[in-house]
Design a protein around this ligand. Structure first.
Ligand code: 9MR
Ligand code: ZN
Length: 564
């Protein structure tokens, strides 16, 4: 790969929390000095032993500088000099910006200058949309967030995004920065809930009369790189799916509990929609994998199992009602997921070309996953932090035991990484940031259950990874860090003629698994996975943004913030 031109010290470029030890990456054996703002050397490390990091091919040492007082410091290693700051609110601004990043994704309304500044634009996607299957049905379904770099809106991914935010608010309210200057700011409701409600209102409109939820609302193709308000080709309501319906049920049930104290009517409306959704599930218990119409080329979000979505939905409904039937449904789904015959049934339903993905279904739910494809971990959060001991031997005892067992192994993954990243060499996939942040979530939740402080540092290093402590020396959050992502695959950022991309959006990050031919051509076979990344607009495979990558990062940031 030739010479390493990147600086030999890697840092969280936006600063460190006073309440946590400061970790930096050092790619040199030279001594490392830490100078305070007056130039006094306060720490000198002469024992730095970089070791080969398999994921990046770098020789790097993760150095713990311990707790530092609030202030600015200069780190010196040979020729390399880098400034870091330590403060009690270090993660506040970026966490707030990640929430506001979702405001910038709002669809169906104009972004006014007073909230959006130079990124203001007129309302987008305001025309009636058409039901794909029954073209006589035309509706106005305004609202929701654009999913990612594209302008599609998808129910399942929206539901997990909202859930990350609602649980962040529920579990550590002090860490969710308020006053984000969004249209609802100052209305007495925390801004994280104001923002999440924008998606929830849309989700309610995505429910059909029979109780099911449309899978998505998109055009039949991805728009070119134009502003959203000029993207006026027709949009379609794409047929419902089990996964979308069950994820929406879970999210709305959770929402009904969270918003109760702010708006009883809204809470009731969500609860009623969740119940109606569940009735549909009861009438249509047989899972059918979502295929989507052939002609529609937008995001698929196909899934080979709905056991995880159904489990999560049943858990949330049990948390709302305390009714035995939901507990039983959650337990039944949980047990059924362990049965290899169930997976075999699904295999039969999948058309041949998709069967190669089949090995993805492993028996049993993975209770530590919080992404759009596997939401089992959201069920875990519900069991462990909402239902509690009322869950009994399966939903509480067993879930807790397995959750702690699995999450307890994550520090070892971090220790094996030269940068302290919670990813194995083969986990640099499309949207690898999701796994990084999911693992941070797991470690945080583990610490909340066990009091194990070790988890804290490991979790914080995932946030540090996102902001520059990594093999690319890049901050993956737009608008943050001295060397930050500048060309995310994000239509408004590419089309607005403004140099800086829309702020507060996190890039999916390095991906060596399912890459575009152009990415392979540019990076070649020898580039290691942790460096398989192009900060270039066309690279959706490595540098797209997505709402459900922002949200787990918000969860992690909110937790760390709450420690101040
Ligand atoms: O997040 C999705 C990722 O897990 C998949 O590997 C990838 C390719 O199918 O698609 C990602 O989702 C994209 C979606 O299909 C359309 N909107 C943009 C999403 C982020 O890249
Ligand atoms: Zn729009």
């Amino acid at each position: 790969m030739g010479t390493n031109v990147l600086p030999e010290i890697r840092i969280n470029q936006t600063g460190y929390m006073k309440a946590l030890p400061v970790f930096v990456g050092v790619l040199s054996e030279k001594s490392l000095q830490v100078k305070d703002s007056k130039g006094n050397v306060i720490i000198e490390k002469n024992d730095i032993k970089p070791e080969l990091d398999a994921s990046s091919g770098d020789n790097v040492a993760l150095v713990n500088l311990g707790m530092l007082a609030e202030g600015e410091y200069t780190l010196v290693s040979g020729e390399c000099e880098r400034k870091i700051t330590v403060s009690d609110k270090a993660y506040d601004a970026v966490t707030g910006a990640l929430i506001k990043g979702l405001y910038f994704q709002r669809c169906g309304c104009g972004l006014k200058e007073e909230h959006a500044g130079i990124y203001a634009h007129p309302a987008c996607h305001t025309a009636e949309c058409t039901d794909w299957e029954d073209r006589s049905i035309k509706k106005k379904v305004l609202g929701g967030w654009h999913d990612a770099g594209d302008y599609g809106k998808y129910v399942g991914p929206g539901a997990v995004t909202v859930a990350h935010m609602l649980y962040a608010h529920k579990l550590f309210p002090a860490g969710c920065t308020d006053n984000l200057n969004i249209p609802e700011s100052g209305n007495g409701v925390p801004d994280i809930l104001n923002e999440a409600r924008y998606e929830l209102e849309w989700m309610l409109k995505m429910q059909k009369d029979d109780g099911s939820f449309y899978h998505k609302l998109t055009k039949d193709h991805f728009a070119p790189f134009i502003m959203p308000e000029t993207d006026t080709d027709p949009e379609y309501l794409i047929p419902p799916s089990h996964c979308a319906t069950e994820a929406a049920i879970a999210c709305l049930a959770l929402g009904s509990r969270i918003y109760k104290e702010y708006d009883a009517d809204f809470s009731e409306k969500m609860f009623a929609a969740a119940l109606k959704g569940w009735e549909w599930v009861e009438k249509n218990p047989e899972f059918k994998p979502f295929m989507g119409p052939r002609e529609v080329r937008t995001g698929g979000y196909g899934d080979l199992s709905d056991k995880d979505e159904r489990f999560w939905a049943a858990c949330e409904l049990f948390a709302c009602t305390g009714e035995e039937k939901y507990k039983e449904a959650a337990e039944k789904t949980y047990e059924l997921a362990k049965d290899p015959k169930e997976a075999e049934k699904i295999r039969e339903m999948i058309p041949e070309p998709m069967r190669r993905f089949f090995d993805k279904i492993k028996p049993g739910l993975d209770l530590t996953q919080y992404g759009w494809m596997d939401v089992s971990g959201l069920g875990s959060i519900c069991c462990l932090f909402e239902i509690g001991e009322k869950g009994g031997s399966i939903l509480y005892d067993e879930v807790k035991r397995i959750f702690l067992e699995k999450t307890g192994k994550l520090p070892e993954v971090c220790r094996e990484s030269g940068y302290g990243t919670a990813l194995k060499e083969d986990q640099y996939v499309w949207g690898s940031i999701l796994t990084v942040m999911s693992n941070a979530m797991s470690m945080i939740l583990n610490r909340m259950l066990t009091g194990n402080d070790e988890m804290l540092e490991y979790a914080a290093n995932q946030f540090n990874y996102a902001l520059g402590l990594n093999a690319l020396d890049i901050s993956f959050v737009t608008g943050f860090g001295e060397r930050r992502v500048m060309f995310p695959h994000h239509r408004p950022s590419g089309a607005d003629n403004i140099e800086e991309p829309v702020p507060g959006l996190i890039s999916g990050g390095p991906n060596k698994k399912m890459t575009y031919p152009e990415t392979k051509e540019k990076l070649g076979e020898d580039t290691p996975p942790a460096k398989y990344f192009r900060d270039e607009t066309p690279s959706a495979d490595t540098n797209e943004i997505a709402i459900y990558w922002n949200s787990p990062t918000i969860f992690v940031g909110a937790y760390l913030n709450s420690l101040q």
